[in-house]
Design a protein around this ligand. Structure first.
Ligand code: SAH
Length: 212
């Protein structure tokens, strides 16, 4: 997702109380950020953040961190939070590649990847968020029995994600090629902004839940 570069978004982010500005200093100490030891779940590539805001509201005893690389997109999340602040949700503006510098070993309870960028060129496969390179990073920060939940409407990206599992040491817990017609996996489903847009166009939504 790339919005027009909104002038001043970096300045607004720099002053926002909803953003963790020096996330590297909290590696291994995210409890301090939230002031409790509730589980911490993250969405990587959160876009405007509505998915996490809905989850944070539904589950006050779970902590959430949203990661987004573009300031102009993150700004939208900050603006929404300002009208409805929640103590169990923070944002970080960063590149997902650095995730192991920000979270300690086993510190994360669950990882959400929603409608990740497809990076269709072969030579960019490493940049895809469900690639084996990223799975190795998630392995470090995710607790032993933690899971990754991935949703997309992109068939090729989903096929790629399925092929990456085994070599990286993960296995499928749940999988569907049509989430919105799978009653069991739809239970408690929280729609993301992209999910709403693409399912309204008639695209099936793919989803997996994986563990080690
Ligand atoms: N999860 C949202 C947005 C999906 S678009 C939804 O489902 O509605 C994908 C988002 O991921 C974009 O906002 C993009 O900027 C962000 N993103 C992609 N690669 C990233 C990376 N390496 N690090 C951080 N954010 C990333």
């Amino acid at each position: 997702m790339r919005l027009r570069n909104i002038s001043g978004s970096r300045e607004v982010i720099a002053q926002s109380p909803f953003v963790i500005h020096e996330p590297y200093q909290y590696k291994g100490n995210w409890k301090e950020v939230f002031g409790n030891d509730h589980p911490v779940r993250i969405e990587i590539g959160m876009g405007k953040g509505r998915f996490l805001m809905d989850l944070a509201k539904k589950n006050p005893k779970i902590n959430y961190v949203g990661i987004e690389k573009y300031s102009s997109v993150l700004l939208r999340g900050i603006q929404k939070m300002a009208s409805d602040p929640m103590p169990n949700l923070y944002f970080i503006r960063m590149e997902a590649e650095e995730i192991t510098d920000v979270f300690g070993r086993g510190e994360i309870d669950r990882i959400y990847l929603n409608f990740s960028d497809p990076w269709p060129k072969d030579r960019h496969a490493k940049r895809r968020l469900p690639s084996r390179e990223f799975l190795a990073r998630y392995h470090e920060i995710l607790k032993k029995d933690g899971v990754i939940e991935f949703k997309t409407d992109n068939h090729d990206l989903f096929q790629f994600a399925l092929e990456e599992l085994e070599p990286a040491g993960w296995h499928l817990e749940q999988m569907t090629e049509d989430l919105h017609h799978n009653a069991q996996m739809m239970e408690g489903n929280v729609m993301t902004e992209y999910e709403e847009r693409f399912s309204a166009m008639g695209n099936p939504i793919y989803k997996y839940v994986i563990a080690r």
